[in-house]
Design a protein around this ligand. Sequence first.
Ligand SMILES: [Zn+2]
Length: 340
Amino acid sequence: MRALLLHGDRDLRLDDIDAPPPPGPGEVQIRVGAVGLNHIDVWGFRGMAFAKRRLPLVVGAEASGEVAALGADVTEFSAGQPVVMYGALTCGACPACREGRDNLCEAVSGIMGFHLDGFCRERVNMPARLVVPVPESVALTDAACAPIAFGTVQHMLFDNARLEQGETVLVHAGGSGIGTVAIRMAKAIGCTVIATVGDDEKGEKARALGADHVVNYRTERFEGEVRRLTKRKGVDVVFEHVGAETWNGSLLSLKRGGRLVTCGSTSGVSATINLMQLFQQQYRIFGSFGCSMGNIREALAKMAGGLHPVIDAVLPLSDSAGGLERLESRRVFGKLVITL
Ligand SMILES: [Zn+2]
């Protein structure tokens, strides 16, 4: 069967590999339909010296597909049913996994497509507990954005930052995959959204998505704009994933007692923090990574309710490297999805 394998840094090849064996007990075999690209794929593609992995590696961390076959004891799925898969192989036995909080697994084997063979292959066997049914009305290309893009944002905004109706949220990189989701999810519950973008064209698109205010961070100091727009008060929540470049400005954008939630550091991993500012302003800072199984169900329910992902382009498997290069250089608005 066809699969997309990373053989070395920036060396992706479409190879022919063995199909998986029939699904064993507790397993589901899935015919992969669509794979969402994420920044974690870019890290993997350009090489991460500290990531424990063995090359060649099948790439793809976020995917949807259809059930192709079931292990003998699996009764909760049926052949042909659309599904999505969790993006990591968790243990299923530790206290976190038993509560469905798989992103806190104490014995995770690794992230699909990053540490372990991922989803860019025609068929894959997964433990049934890591497979989630997709509502009928949701397209497979949309569903492919549920396990990471939607799930991560759902977890950040609602489990961690506890964003509530009527609050003001600063969304960084409003044109990115997760930024576009954050704008839509925050607007859907009636929040005021200030989005940062890297160019004016993305600014227009972010506004069309519902952002109330847009700041071009290349031409304006976003923290100054935030203070002006909030009448010097600051925002309730900052949605961070840019990292070093924006960190201090993000803290300055928060109101007293505000919450910052972060899931990424695309501009660099180290930042300083003024501890006096942290405790005097009573900031709450949340690190967030991945999502729970429940967040994926919530994400799919939102999609079924009409909250669709912004998909910039749907690409064939053979264009994946080009897609990753576009993501890396930020020439994307929303998500890139690969179809098999
Ligand atoms: Zn576990």
